[in-house]
Ligand binder design. Structure first.
Ligand code: PA5
Length: 448
C-alpha cells in the first residue's frame, strides 16, 4: 500500500473527465514500452528498478562510509550540479531541522553544497567556513567532465591538502562517477578514493536512488532503507494497473497532459512547508530537462505558500491564464504548536487562539485553492500524511514515473538533454578551451 494520494477534482470544471480519460490508452502503451524498454531513451531506464534491485552490499557500503564520515567530519561537502546534487539536497532539506547548523545537527555533519554555481563569493565563503571545521567531501559527476563541479573540486582538493596533508586528504574524498569513463574516474583510481558508481543506464536527474543521492542522505543521518522502501511501495502499487482511477501516477500524467492540451503551459508546484523547497527544485530540474525540448513542454515553476501569496499570489490569482498548480499538501507536521490566547487581543487573533498553526496553514491552503480555482487556475493535489523517508521515497518514484510517461505523451525523449550543450559550447569558446578555436573566433566576431 501507499500513503501518497493524488486528486485532480479541482481541475474539473476547466477540464472534463473525458479530457483526462482521453490519455488512458496512451498511458497504458507507455507503461508497456517502459517495461519492454522499447521507447525513446531506452538506454536510460535503469532507474525503474532501483527500488527493487539495489543490492544489500551496496547499501551496507554506503552505510559504512557514512558512519566513518560522521566520525571524522563536522561538515560534508556535496560537489555536483543538476541531477548530481539536487536529489540529495531535496531529501536532506525536507528531513532536516530548519535551523540545522554545524553545532546543532543531531550530531550529524552539516551538509553543504559546492560546484552548483561558479560564484567566487559563494565558493570563497565556503572555503572560509571549512578553514574552521573538520570536513570531507563527495565529488559527484557522472560524466566526470562537468566544468562547475570540476572547478570547485580543484579548489577543495587543494584546501584539503593544505589542511590535512596528502595522505589524509585521500581518505576525505569520495568520488561518485561513471564506472570507466571521465577524468574523475581516472583521478579516483590514481588517488585511491572511495568510489561509488553511477550506473550507465541511469541519467543524472533520475539518480537520487543511486549512491548519488543515497550517500549524502545517509551521511546526513537519514534512513536510506526507508527511502528505498517508500519508492518500492510506489513501484509495486503502480505496477498493479495503469488505470487512471486507481493509479496516481497515471492520474497525474493524464491530468497535467490534459491541462497542457487546454493551453495551461506552466505548472506551478506549491508547498506550504518550507522543508519542501528543494523537492520543488529537484522536480523543476527533472521535468524541465525531461520535457522541455523540440519546442514543447510544460514550464515547471515553484512557489512556497503562504510566503509567496504575498508576492506571486497576485499573478497567480489575476495574471495570464496559462497556469495550473500542483499542491503538495502535508497532513501532519512533526511538532505541536498552538496560537496563544492574549487577554487584550489587540491583534484580533483570539478567534483562532488554541488552534494548531498547522490547522491555520491547512485553512490557508483550502482557501487559496478555492480562490485560485475561481480565478481560472486549475489545481492538482498530492497529499502526504507526513514528511519522512518513506513518504519521500514514494513521492520521488511517483514523480519519476509520471515524468517518463508525460515525456512519452509529448513524444519527446525524457532521458536526454541536448539543449544543455548550447551554453557550454559558448562558454568554452569564450574561455578559449583547446579544441574550440573556430567557435572562439566566431563568437568574438559576433560580440565585437
Ligand atoms: O540530469 C542530468 O543528466 C544533468 O542535470 C546532470 O545531472 C548534470 O548536468 C551534471 O552532470 P554530471 O553528473 O555528468 O556532472
Amino acid at each position: 500500500m501507499i500513503d501518497l494520494k493524488f486528486d485532480y477534482s479541482n481541475a474539473l470544471g476547466i477540464l472534463n473527465q473525458e479530457e483526462i480519460n482521453h490519455f488512458q490508452n496512451e498511458i497504458t502503451q507507455h507503461y508497456n514500452s517502459l517495461n519492454a524498454k522499447s521507447g525513446k531513451g531506452n538506454d536510460f531506464l535503469g532507474w525503474i528498478d532501483l527500488p527493487s534491485n539495489t543490492e544489500e552490499n551496496l547499501i551496507k557500503k554506503i552505510e559504512e562510509v557514512a558512519s566513518r564520515v560522521r566520525q571524522n567530519s563536522k561538515v560534508f561537502v556535496v560537489v555536483g550540479i543538476g541531477g548530481s546534487y539536487l536529489g540529495a539536497r531535496a531529501v536532506i532539506h525536507a528531513l532536516s531541522n530548519s535551523f540545522a547548523s554545524i553545532n546543532g545537527n543531531d550530531g550529524n555533519p552539516l551538509i553543504v553544497y559546492a560546484g552548483q554555481n561558479i560564484s567566487e563569493d559563494y565558493t570563497n565563503e565556503l572555503l572560509e567556513l571549512l578553514d574552521n571545521h573538520d570536513y570531507s567531501l563527495a565529488v559527484i559527476s557522472k560524466s566526470g567532465t562537468t566544468t562547475e563541479p570540476a572547478i570547485a573540486f580543484r579548489l577543495l582538493k587543494n584546501h584539503l591538502i593544505n589542511k590535512y596533508g596528502h595522505a589524509d586528504t585521500q581518505k576525505r574524498i569520495i568520488a561518485i562517477t561513471d564506472k570507466s569513463k571521465g577524468a574523475l574516474k581516472k583521478l579516483s583510481d590514481k588517488e585511491g578514493y572511495d568510489t561509488f558508481i553511477v550506473p550507465d543506464d541511469v541519467g543524472g536527474r533520475y539518480s537520487v536512488l543511486t549512491p548519488v543521492g543515497l550517500l549524502p542522505i545517509a551521511i546526513a543521518g537519514f534512513n536510506i532503507r526507508e527511502l528505498l522502501d517508500g519508492a518500492k511501495r510506489m513501484k509495486d502499487y503502480i505496477e498493479k494497473t495503469p488505470n487512471i482511477e486507481e493509479n496516481p501516477v497515471s492520474a497525474y500524467a493524464a491530468s497535467r497532459s490534459a491541462l497542457y492540451r487546454a493551453g495551461k503551459t506552466t505548472e506551478i508546484t506549491v508547498n506550504y512547508e518550507p522543508k519542501l523547497f528543494y523537492i520543488t527544485e529537484w522536480w523543476k530540474q527533472l521535468y524541465g530537462e525531461s520535457e522541455g525540448k523540440e519546442g514543447k513542454g510544460i514550464f515547471p515553476a515553484g512557489v512556497g505558500f503562504t510566503t509567496d501569496l504575498h508576492s506571486m499570489g497576485q499573478y497567480i490569482q489575476d495574471g495570464l491564464r496559462n497556469i495550473f498548480e500542483t499542491v503538495i499538501s502535508v497532513e501532519t507536521p512533526n511538532s505541536l504548536l498552538k496560537v496563544p490566547t492574549d487577554e487584550k487581543d489587540l491583534d484580533g487573533l483570539n478567534y483562532i487562539a488554541g488552534k494548531r498553526l498547522h490547522q491555520v496553514n491547512l485553512k490557508a491552503e483550502t482557501g487559496t485553492t478555492l480562490a485560485h480555482v475561481d480565478g481560472g487556475v486549475p489545481n492538482l493535489r498530492i497529499v502526504l500524511p507526513e514528511i519522512n523517508e518513506n513518504t519521500l521515497g514514494q513521492l520521488i518514484y511517483f514523480y519519476e514515473m509520471a515524468c517518463a510517461i508525460s515525456g512519452y505523451i509529448l513524444n519527446v525523449n525524457p532521458f536526454d538533454q541536448p539543449g544543455v550543450e548550447a551554453y557550454k559550447k559558448n562558454m568554452f569558446a569564450l574561455l578559449g578551451k583547446p579544441g574550440f578555436e573556430n567557435e572562439t573566433k566566431e563568437i568574438y566576431s559576433r560580440l565585437s
